[in-house]
Design a protein around this ligand. Structure first.
Ligand SMILES: *[C@@H]1O[C@H](CO)[C@@H](O)[C@H](O)[C@H]1NC(C)=O
Ligand SMILES: *[C@@H]1O[C@H](CO)[C@@H](O)[C@H](O)[C@H]1NC(C)=O
Ligand SMILES: *[C@@H]1O[C@H](CO)[C@@H](O)[C@H](O)[C@H]1NC(C)=O
Ligand SMILES: *[C@@H]1O[C@H](CO)[C@@H](O)[C@H](O)[C@H]1NC(C)=O
Ligand SMILES: *[C@@H]1O[C@H](CO)[C@@H](O)[C@H](O)[C@H]1NC(C)=O
Ligand SMILES: *[C@@H]1O[C@H](CO)[C@@H](O)[C@H](O)[C@H]1NC(C)=O
Ligand SMILES: *[C@@H]1O[C@H](CO)[C@@H](O)[C@H](O)[C@H]1NC(C)=O
Ligand SMILES: *[C@@H]1O[C@H](CO)[C@@H](O)[C@H](O)[C@H]1NC(C)=O
Ligand SMILES: *[C@@H]1O[C@H](CO)[C@@H](O)[C@H](O)[C@H]1NC(C)=O
Ligand SMILES: *[C@@H]1O[C@H](CO)[C@@H](O)[C@H](O)[C@H]1NC(C)=O
Ligand SMILES: *[C@@H]1O[C@H](CO)[C@@H](O)[C@H](O)[C@H]1NC(C)=O
Ligand SMILES: [Cu+2]
Length: 616
């Protein structure tokens, strides 16, 4: 329930605590979510999602160990919503994770929900809407977990939180994207790029002091390069994982990724230095002449001195050689996990379905939301919760046993890069090809690389971990994690357009333990009642026979033989680069054209020895 709403109200309630040094407290935010008008790029007034009549939205700030309570009232009138706290493991509170139809029902206009969970992590996170692709409309902001016992706590004087993002003038709903008029699935090109939800700003610094910069790309689509002219910095955290301090000059920050870096100011106050962000134009199908890809903000030593524009020394972003996050070492030196109990071999592809529009697939499945949120299917299915069938064919659910070591091989059969995010976990990054740098895009139009378990680069002893990892164009990555967090967790591309096209799957982790552990608060079920969404039953809403999926939501049919020339041309065009030299693509291609039903292809997975079976 929203009790007091108006201005942002943060109530701090110190909890009774037996331990002298532990000061866990409850931090409460009341969010009244309504439309407001904003013009952060100085080009266009638009409607954005505001909180308590404000935009930019409030940064959520807590200390490690705090209980975070967010009371959200949906005052949008027209749109449903929900909040995902990106990077929070929600260990024991999977119901607080936020994605609609995965762990909760959509919060319809006029309804309220309370999120309430313990924050047992440190570092730089963010929150955003996770219903119907609404965060590009402004519903996103940083979430900082302060930790004054971090190893770098004594190494800096002050900290700054900075978001960067792409920016659209149109509302998401007004952008024609999944549409037969856009058969190639070309992503909407942003109108601008923002630096902390504005432009042309300065971070004031004092000589000799060291600053912790918390950087978060809260955009919907475009990655950005980041550097500060004449300054290097030390990376100390990625996606909430402390790293050994590692010097870097240029970062490549994909959407949803975060970096915390230490920058030491020079001793002289004569000059101000450009903080440069460059949008990765390789991601854009077209670059309108009026789109400013690079931006200068300033490390300001002297506000009366000149604020010079960046001296871009290279012509295009692809010539910038960014720091390769695979080479970072977590500060805790957690060793590589043992060989996996379960290996999933997944391939990303983009194809057209029979409406002529472009969709995205993991092993031929384009995520399609179920009729009952998957978490609620777990909680109502009894022992059948361990049977992936009950979650339906198009949520692409994989059931994990408690504490299994899981390895994901993700091959990219597409010429675009995809920042993949895993809810509820971070993963160990074992291998990726090609690596960041000048050759990152070499394969976009050429022969794809596929991961060969018998011939790969040596895995690191202490692999870097993060919750969002970029899958290179026609390359691959390999990650591992332990299924030690009972819950329902989405694994998806964080380009919001690709999520909308179905580039997602679901991990149902330790469902029987989850049934024992979790009690969903009544207000979450009330949200379902308000939305008219069932909270019992299988993916098709069947509460009698959980193995009967008739009536489930399905992805559209494959392109039938003899589909209009326009459709075929579109499909061939969109897939042409992926076809080259890829044996499995001929199978996909053929099945795509010849079959017109919704038969689910087998998902490749095997137990045990690290090899995965091929298509059956
Ligand atoms: C939310 O804010 C709107 C606009 O200021 C106001 O009309 C409405 O009463 C508020 N709702 C609640 C529940 O406070
Ligand atoms: C930032 O500065 C540029 C260049 O001077 C200008 O074109 C742009 O309008 C400014 N943006 C804002 C939001 O003030
Ligand atoms: C939040 O959860 C804690 C722990 O379960 C509980 O004690 C507390 O009452 C809850 N607070 C709210 C506002 O729901
Ligand atoms: C660290 O943070 C806790 C909780 O906010 C606070 O009680 C404590 O005084 C802080 N310690 C230092 C050394 O700043
Ligand atoms: C949070 O920080 C503390 C102290 O620096 C550290 O011991 C702990 O492992 C960190 N927790 C996580 C989840 O990173
Ligand atoms: C970035 O914006 C947030 C929200 O408005 C603000 O709290 C923060 O101080 C800003 N950061 C800087 C470096 O100005
Ligand atoms: C700045 O001055 C301090 C103290 O004189 C010195 O230790 C430090 O090396 C200087 N830093 C730089 C970057 O010159
Ligand atoms: C960056 O800006 C400079 C000067 O404003 C311009 O000449 C250059 O083409 C821009 N580069 C990119 C990649 O946009
Ligand atoms: C192993 O991979 C490397 C690098 O991709 C390649 O050059 C080499 O031919 C491969 N070796 C075998 C035996 O396949
Ligand atoms: C979740 O909590 C359990 C029990 O405290 C712990 O063993 C596990 O490592 C945690 N998992 C994550 C992802 O935080
Ligand atoms: C993964 O699947 C693809 C497509 O079916 C196949 O080409 C590849 O060999 C498989 N990789 C492994 C490690 O099984
Ligand atoms: Cu993607």
């Amino acid at each position: 329930m929203v009790t007091s709403v108006g201005s942002l109200l943060v109530r701090l309630v110190a909890a009774l605590c037996l331990f002298q040094y532990v000061q866990a407290k409850t931090v409460t935010y009341d969010f009244n979510v309504t439309w407001v008008t904003a013009n952060p790029d100085g080009l266009y007034d638009r409607k954005v999602v505001g909180i308590n009549n404000q935009w930019p939205l409030p940064v959520i700030e807590v200390d490690k160990g705090d209980q975070l309570v967010v009371n959200m009232y949906n005052g949008l009138g027209t749109h449903s919503t929900s909040i995902h706290f990106h990077g929070m493991f929600q260990n024991g509170t999977s119901d607080m994770d936020g994605p609609s139809m995965v762990t909760q029902c959509p919060v319809v206009p006029g309804a309220s929900i309370t999120y309430n969970f313990t924050v047992n992590q440190n570092g730089t996170y963010w929150y955003h809407c996770h219903t119907d692709y609404c965060y590009p409309d402004g519903y996103r902001q940083a979430l900082i977990v302060h930790d004054n016992s971090s190893y770098f706590n004594e190494m800096y004087d002050e900290e700054y939180t900075i978001t960067m993002s792409d920016w659209y003038h149109e509302m998401v709903e007004d952008i024609k994207f999944i549409d037969k008029t856009n058969p190639t699935g070309a992503e909407p090109v942003p109108n601008a790029f923002l630096f902390n939800d504005t432009m042309n700003t300065s971070l004031s610094v004092e000589p000799g002091k060291t600053y912790l910069l918390r950087l978060a790309n809260v955009g919907a689509f475009v990655a950005q390069y980041f550097y500060i002219e004449d300054h290097t910095f030390k990376i100390v955290e990625i996606d909430g994982v402390y790293t050994d301090p590692t010097e870097a000059e240029i970062l490549y920050i994909a959407v949803a990724q975060r970096y915390a870096v230490l920058v030491t100011a020079k001793n002289s106050t004569e000059k101000n230095y450009p903080i440069v962000t460059v949008a990765d134009s390789e991601l854009l199908d077209t670059i309108p002449s009026n789109l400013q890809l690079n931006h200068t903000n300033w490390l300001e030593y002297n506000k009366d001195a000149d604020h010079p524009q960046a001296t871009i020394t290279v012509e295009t972003a692809s010539d910038l050689d960014p720091f390769d996050d695979m080479s970072l070492v977590p500060y805790d030196h957690m060793e590589i996990l043992p060989d996996a109990d379960l290996v999933l071999n997944l391939t990303v592809s983009m194809m057209n379905l029979d409406d002529g529009a472009g969709y995205a697939f993991l092993n031929d499945i384009s995520y399609t939301k179920p009729k009952v949120p998957t978490l609620y299917t777990v909680l109502s299915a009894g022992n059948l919760a361990t049977d992936a069938e009950v979650y339906g064919d198009f949520t692409h659910s994989v059931v994990l046993d408690r504490n299994q070591v899981v390895e994901i091989i993700l091959n990219n059969g597409d010429g675009g890069s995809h920042p993949f995010h895993f809810h509820g976990h971070n993963f160990q990054m074992l291998d990726r090809a090609p690596s960041y740098g000048r050759h990152f895009y070499d394969y976009a139009d050429g022969d794809p690389l596929t991961y060969d378990p018998n011939n790969h680069t040596a895995f690191p002893k202490y692999p870097a971990r993060r919750d969002t990892l970029v899958l290179p164009p026609q390359g691959y990555f390999v990650v591992r994690f332990v299924a030690d967090n009972p819950g329902v967790w989405l694994f998806h591309c964080h380009i919001d357009w690709h999520l909308q096209q179905g580039l997602a799957m679901t991990f149902v982790e330790a469902p029987l333990q989850l049934q024992e552990q979790l009690t969903v608060p009544q207000n979450h079920y009330d949200v379902c009642d308000a939305a008219g969404v069932q909270y019992k039953g299988n993916a098709a809403g069947n509460t009698e026979d959980y193995l009967d999926l008739s009536g489930q939501n399905k992805q559209l049919g494959w392109l039938p033989a003899g589909f209009t020339a326009k459709g075929i041309v579109a499909m061939v065009f969109s897939c042409v680069s992926a076809f080259l030299g890829m044996a499995f693509i001929s199978v996909y291609g053929a099945s795509g054209i010849k079959t017109a039903n919704n038969k689910k292809p087998e998902t490749e997975q095997t137990e045990g020895d690290g090899t995965a079976s091929s298509d059956s």
